[in-house]
Design a protein around this ligand. Structure first.
Ligand SMILES: *Cc1c(COP(=O)(O)O)cnc(C)c1O
Length: 459
């Protein structure tokens, strides 16, 4: 009964348009009408879904008005900045890595001015954009040669297409992964025209499996980092250094490893995960490796390819390299990120900094905020020990000890999470057992005031 009562309170579109048009002056009538229609639809859905959460005395017309005004001020169908309080550092849905301040500055300067993107300043003539990234990548990875493409999926595609088209590529069945729902090794292989030759089983693949699968049609052995899952128990995989032994009898064979995330910082020696350093993989003498720019590396979206010079030369010359090339902003941001690694200024890189934050540092911040907001009339607020995640399909079994602000609200956790999401700077939280958790690992110092304001403004 209360449901139909609430539905009847939904206002007519033209009434709300009339109400708010003077307050949102400057917006075209069409845009206002669309925002009001969306707001009415939104509140109708809310009533249908969970009318118990809405007080019968609520003024539905002003809710609709506020939603429409907020939508006009902060369109949700355009890209918006938000605060990630989920504690997942590399959150693929929230844009993966934040960039360092230096990267951001370099990007905006590159946007504002002309640049030497494809211009050789020494010779005063046309240059190549590859030259702007190659040296830095070579220095931080120890590779002979390197190049950058749009993302790691593009890198995998280019490598398979340019080096293994119409040939067989041997992959362990334990490594035929799907990442993020849209990247499947087997599908990308099919697209590239390379033929997949599966060996071994899901949990065990031996050296002799690879060895026995090599024929004169074999072009490559591909190893894939099983980023987002772990096979535990009765398992066996063959390391890339063992695979290198196969080159003795098959000198033409290309050994390629898709490293997925690829660490340039030794997280492993800090006791965080077992991600190998890219330089140590390159050091084994593999022909080619690829990894993402915006996962553990903490840079812009990019696919970095590093390896033997003769291999990289083939890739650079392939037509697809032009199709998959990166723009000047990516190059600017990547330059600065890699420069931070070169200078060993690791904490300039937000992704690295946030993964390395200690529970003590985080607790100090949560305490400070809790003291400021604990008098909130309708919240029950506490501090609790929890775990953050690295995210980005990286180190799925690693739990980073952290501290969270736990907030309970009489209207429930879903209501509260939505209120945080609808704040002018949306705040993305996590919910655990009817409690909203704000994980301060992924909230930066500059964002604290906004979080405090949001907590105060929600009732
Ligand atoms: C993430 C990942 C990819 C895809 O990389 P993008 O940069 O997201 O395109 C490919 N392979 C592995 C193993 C990955 O972990």
């Amino acid at each position: 009964m209360s449901k139909s009562y609430l539905l009847r309170q939904l206002p007519a579109v033209h009434d709300v348009v009339k109400d708010i048009s003077s307050e949102v002056s400057g917006k075209p009538e069409k845009e206002i009408t669309r925002a009001v229609q969306d707001a009415i639809k939104h509140w109708r859905n809310n009533i249908l879904k969970d009318h118990h959460a809405i007080d019968l005395k609520t003024d539905i017309r002003s809710l609709v008005k506020n939603s429409a005004k907020s939508k006009l001020a902060h369109p949700t169908d355009q890209i918006r900045s938000l605060i990630n309080a989920s504690g997942i550092v590399i959150h693929t849905n929230l844009g993966r890595s934040r960039l360092s301040e230096k990267s951001v500055e370099r990007m905006s300067e590159t946007a504002r001015m002309y640049s030497n993107l494809e211009y050789n300043l020494e010779e005063g003539k046309r240059g190549s954009r590859h030259d702007l990234t190659e040296d830095l990548i070579k220095q931080v990875t120890g590779a002979e040669a390197a190049m950058v493409v749009n993302n790691n999926a593009a890198a995998v595609y280019l490598i398979l297409k340019a080096l293994a088209k119409n040939k067989e590529v041997i992959v362990s069945r334990g490594e035929l992964v799907e990442i993020g729902g849209s990247f499947r090794v087997s599908s990308i292989m099919e697209e590239s025209g390379a033929e997949l030759r599966e060996v071994g089983t899901t949990n065990k693949t031996h050296f002799f499996d690879y060895e026995g699968a090599i024929t004169d049609k074999t072009g490559m052995i591909m190893k894939v980092h099983t980023s987002n899952f772990k096979v535990i128990g009765f398992t066996k995989e063959v390391s890339s250094s063992e695979l290198m032994l196969l080159k003795k009898d098959n000198p033409e064979l290309i050994i390629y490893e898709d490293l997925g995330s690829g660490a340039l910082y030794p997280f492993q020696s800090e006791g965080i995960g077992d991600e190998p350093l890219i330089s140590s993989v390159i050091n084994k003498g593999l022909d080619v490796v690829s990894f993402s720019g915006d996962k553990l590396l903490g840079g812009p979206q990019a696919g970095i390819i590093a390896g033997k010079k003769n291999i990289i030369d083939i890739l650079k010359k392939h037509q697809l390299a032009r199709v998959l090339r990166v723009d000047k902003f990516t190059i600017a941001a990547l330059n600065e990120t890699l420069q931070s690694y070169m200078n060993e200024d690791y904490t300039e890189i937000p992704t690295v900094r946030d993964i390395l934050k200690t529970p003590d540092e985080i607790r100090e911040v949560v305490w400070r905020l809790k003291r400021k907001v604990e008098d909130h009339p309708s919240f029950i607020i506490r501090i609790l020990e929890e775990f953050s995640q690295v995210g980005g399909g990286t180190m799925p079994d690693v739990k980073l000890p952290t501290f969270c602000l736990g907030i309970k609200h009489p209207k429930g956790a879903e209501y509260l999470a939505r209120a945080f999401r609808n704040y002018q700077t949306p705040i993305i939280v996590r919910i655990k057992e009817e409690e909203v958790l704000l994980d301060f690992r992924t909230i930066s110092e500059e964002e604290l005031l906004t979080v405090e304001d949001a907590i105060r403004s929600i009732d």
